[in-house]
Each structure stands twice: as structure tokens, then as C-alpha cells.
Design a protein around this ligand. Structure first.
Ligand SMILES: Cc1cc2nc3c(=O)[nH]c(=O)nc-3n(C[C@H](O)[C@H](O)[C@H](O)COP(=O)(O)OP(=O)(O)OC[C@H]3O[C@@H](n4cnc5c(N)ncnc54)[C@H](O)[C@@H]3O)c2cc1C
Length: 461
């Protein structure tokens, strides 16, 4: 218990995408993870990108320590089972959790901390779901592939990077790799930038929080200035991400929609970056022609004996196809509550106890993650903690953001936050293009920002 999908022990040593010094599970003790890591890896330094499995061991250790150090009246009981329903009592406002295969539990408060939902259902997956050359689980890959094989990875995000890393480390040589996503943008590379270097004009950003276009312009300007002064655009992104929850709340529904439609992918690829060594490896593979990144929409996947033939329509309108020995689903989690296949989430939604936001980013929540019901009322007993907080905070996926939400919720539930309004959470803002403009003046930015914001082909209405 404690590792989850992200920090499980796996055959391949996937790396964290955040330096050790910024990953403490306790905001009051920022070096806690680094100290733990140094006990196992004496040469580890704060700026190192360490194995995710080590972070999993650290989280388990933190849980054990919390349990050991808890006051006598506090007890942690681990229960293994799948919760299918959470039902409020009409009489006393308590909740009962019903399990698939064990007796129910009644509680005063319930926190839904369900992690990442599975990836969305794809029409193309139906035809190949049971085919031996298709992998729905991107962390369960065959070990028999070598340079004579070809692989298509569907998705261009962090999961794709995991798949590429694992498939290119074997002794049999790297397979020929293809990737595809709608935009064809892949995560940017981390550097040893100074995270706290930029103190931008918060007031000025917040004052123009009603316009994605103006925010974008300011963000680009800030990144440009940082670079002109010898800094790194990532410093500007860090500044912006801390401001993002406040900015997100200030955007109108139309502006939020505009951001999601035109800038989301750009933001995500600049905000959620990959460790430098992984970034270098990806760049080497691309230079050598072993990794080809495509932009387009899958039209069909058809079995051809032991292989699969995948056809897509590229962004420029052309059609393309490859025949491969393996297709890997790396499309990432699906936060669209209304089509969730998760029995608990779909039951809660059906019962009106939780509700999605208008943009289908996640769950509507109030203060401290209190679930909003279908009528928009914040629950006093049912809470949510996890990436679907994005609906109200924009960015809530990285470990330290979730840690901050968790600390605030814990303080609230234990009465240690009397009357205090939540401080602003770290998060993000539509600033992504910033970096694109600087790094690839003619690529992603131009398309997403320039095209998007000026009403070009992909433009905003
Ligand atoms: C592959 C991957 C890599 C990541 N890497 C990084 C990184 O390098 N840096 C970073 O900052 N962030 C990273 N993240 C993001 C973030 O740190 C994780 O998403 C975070 O671990 C989420 O923790 P969680 O407890 O919310 O979810 P999880 O760790 O997924 O735990 C959810 C738990 O809930 C259980 N559960 C779900 N439904 C039910 C049910 N109905 N009944 C009972 N139990 C249920 C699950 O079995 C699981 O045990 C990564 C995420 C992923 C997926």
C-alpha cells in the first residue's frame, strides 16, 4: 500500500520527472525524500531525477512512520477490497462504503482518493482488444522485441516516454518506433533550472485573468525576459503554475473552454516535463530515425496475421499507415466522469453525489475537496483528492500538488485549520506557449498559439 500506479516496482527503472529536492511528502520538511534517498543511494543529490520505485518505497516508509508516531487514539486499519458504492445515511449524515467482496464500513467522512482512471474507450481498440500485438497496459510490455520489429505507440505524453524508455533498453537493439497523437507534441526536457528564480508580477497576471489571450501574451513576454536575462523559460512556467489555480478561477467558462481547446496540450508538454537523460535519449532516437513522432487521428487498426496495420489521417490531411508488431495504448487517463467505467464513480454520479464540470476535466469540488453534488451543493462528509481536482484548480496531477491538497484536507478534517481560507495552491496557467516560442519558434507554439489565438485554421471561434 502506498505505491500506486506511479511508483510501483517494475522491470524497468522509470525515473521521477521532478528533482529529489522538490518531492518531499511533507511540505514542512522539504528535504525528507532526499534524506531517505541518500540512505539507499549515498551519492544522490537534490537535483537528481531518482527512480520512481524508490519514491514508492519512501511513501511506504512515510506511511509507516505516520502510523508509528500517531497519538494513541488514532489507528490506521488497512482494508483490501474494492468499494462499489458510498451511500449517505438520511438520519445522521454518515456514509456507508459497500464493497464488492467484504462487509460494509460506516464512516463519518469518506475521501475518494482513487488515483488515475483508466484510458478512454477508443473505437479502434475494439477491433484489436484481444490481439496478441495490442497492449492496453503500457507498463506491461513484451521483452522479446529487437531491431527487426516495429512498434506504434498511441499517445505522445509521459506514458509514451515510459514506453519508449522501456522498449529501447534491451540487448536486442531498439525496435523501429512510431508514435501518434492529435497534435504530435511531446513533453519538453527538464533542466537544472532555478525553480524559485522568477518572481513575476502576480497582480498584473491576476488582473488580466479574464482573457486567455492576454495571459498568453504576458506569459510569453515573461519567458522571453527570463531568457534574455540568462535564465530558463522553465522558471517562468514554475512561476505561472503557482499562480494557475487563481487564474483558472478567474477565467470565464468561455475562456476556460478556449484554453482547453487551444492551449492545453502545449501547456501540458511544457509543464509536465521529462528528466534530462530521458529527454536526451528521446532526442537521440529521433535523430537516428528510430523514433518517428506523428500528428493525426487513428482511422483504423486491422489485424494482419500476427501484426497490426494502423492507418491514420495526418494533421495536414494526408493519410498514412504502418504495419507493426506491437501497438501500445499510451493515451493516458480518462477524466470524463459521465462515461466512466469505474463502478464506484459511475454509481456516485448516478446517485447525484458527485458531478462533473462543464469541460469534463474532472469532479466539481468545493473547499478542501468537498464533493459537489448534482445540485451544486458541497458535501460535508464526502471529499475527493486526486487528479480530477483539475476541474476547479486546473493542475492537480503532480505529487507535490496532491501533497498540498492532502495536507490542507487533513488539517481541515482534524480541526487544525480553524476558519482559515485555503492558501493558493500550486498549479498552472495558460502559459505554455511561452516555452515553445523560445525553443521552437516555428513549431508547436506557432500552431497552438499563433494559429489558435488569432483564429487560424485551429483558431478560436
Ligand atoms: C505512471 C505515472 C508516473 C508518475 N510520475 C510522476 C512523477 O515523476 N512526478 C510527479 O510529481 N508525479 C508523477 N505522477 C503523478 C502523481 O504523483 C500520481 O498520480 C500520484 O501517485 C497519485 O496518487 P493517488 O494516491 O491519488 O493515486 P494512486 O497512487 O493511483 O492510488 C489510488 C488507489 O486507490 C485504489 N482504488 C481505486 N478505486 C478504488 C475502489 N473503488 N475501491 C478501493 N480502492 C480503490 C487503487 O487501487 C489505488 O491503490 C505520476 C503518475 C503516473 C500514473
Amino acid at each position: 500500500m502506498g505505491r500506486g500506479l506511479a511508483y510501483a516496482e517494475r522491470d524497468y527503472p522509470y525515473l521521477l520527472n521532478v528533482p529529489a529536492v522538490r518531492l518531499s511528502a511533507d511540505s514542512a520538511d522539504p528535504l525528507q525524500f532526499l534524506r531517505f534517498a541518500q540512505r539507499h543511494m549515498p551519492h544522490a543529490e537534490g537535483e537528481d531525477f531518482l527512480p520512481r520505485a524508490l519514491y514508492g518505497a519512501y511513501l511506504q516508509d512515510a506511511l509507516l512512520r505516520a502510523e508509528r508516531e500517531a497519538p494513541p487514539h488514532t489507528r490506521l486499519q488497512r482494508i483490501f477490497g474494492e468499494v462499489r458504492r458510498v451511500t449517505p445515511h438520511a438520519s445522521d449524515n454518515r456514509l456507508t462504503a459497500q464493497f464488492a467482496d467484504r462487509p460494509p464500513i460506516t464512516a463519518d467522512r469518506v475521501i475518494l482518493a482513487l488515483g488515475n482512471p483508466p484510458s478512454p474507450p477508443h473505437a479502434w481498440a475494439e477491433a484489436v482488444g484481444g490481439h496478441s500485438a495490442y497492449r492496453q497496459d503500457p507498463w506491461n510490455l513484451p521483452k522479446t522485441l529487437g531491431s527487426e520489429h516495429a512498434v506504434l505507440i498511441i499517445g505522445n505524453g509521459l506514458t509514451m516516454v515510459d514506453v519508449v524508455s522501456a522498449l529501447t533498453q534491451g540487448t536486442k537493439g531498439s525496435p523501429q518506433l512510431y508514435t501518434i497523437s492529435r497534435h504530435g507534441l511531446i513533453p519538453q526536457r527538464q533542466t537544472s533550472f532555478r525553480a524559485t528564480n522568477v518572481q513575476g508580477d502576480r497582480k498584473a497576471f491576476l488582473a488580466c485573468g479574464d482573457s486567455t489571450r492576454r495571459l498568453l501574451a504576458m506569459a510569453r513576454e515573461l519567458a522571453r525576459k527570463v531568457e534574455q536575462e540568462g535564465g530558463d523559460w522553465r522558471e517562468a512556467v514554475t512561476f505561472l503554475r503557482h499562480l494557475a489555480p487563481s487564474l483558472w478561477k478567474r477565467l470565464s467558462a468561455a475562456e476556460q473552454r478556449r484554453f482547453v481547446r487551444h492551449l492545453r496540450t502545449h501547456w501540458d508538454t511544457h509543464r509536465h516535463r521529462i528528466p534530462p537523460q530521458v529527454g536526451d535519449h528521446i532526442a537521440d532516437l529521433r535523430r537516428a530515425g528510430k523514433l518517428r513522432v506523428n500528428a493525426g487521428r487513428i482511422e483504423s487498426i486491422v489485424p494482419q496475421g500476427e501484426q497490426l496495420r494502423v492507418a491514420w489521417r495526418a494533421r495536414d490531411g494526408d493519410t498514412a499507415a504502418v504495419t507493426v508488431d506491437l501497438v501500445v495504448n499510451a493515451t493516458g487517463p480518462d477524466y470524463m466522469l459521465k462515461r466512466s467505467a469505474d463502478p464506484l464513480l459511475s454509481w456516485l454520479r448516478g446517485a447525484g453525489l458527485v458531478a462533473e464540470d462543464a469541460l469534463n476535466l474532472g469532479l466539481r469540488t468545493g473547499q478542501y475537496g468537498a464533493c459537489m453534488d448534482a445540485q451544486g451543493r458541497a458535501s460535508e462528509t464526502l471529499y475527493y483528492l486526486g487528479p480530477m481536482l483539475r476541474a476547479d484548480h486546473w493542475e492537480a496531477t503532480a505529487a507535490t500538488e496532491l501533497r498540498d491538497h492532502a495536507e490542507r484536507l487533513a488539517a481541515h478534517l482534524t480541526g487544525n485549520l480553524p476558519g482559515e481560507l485555503p492558501r493558493e495552491l500550486p498549479g498552472e496557467l495558460p502559459g505554455d506557449l511561452i516555452e515553445d516560442l523560445i525553443e521552437n519558434p516555428t513549431e508547436g507554439l506557432t500552431e497552438g498559439l499563433a494559429g489558435g489565438l488569432t483564429g487560424g485554421p485551429a483558431g478560436m471561434a
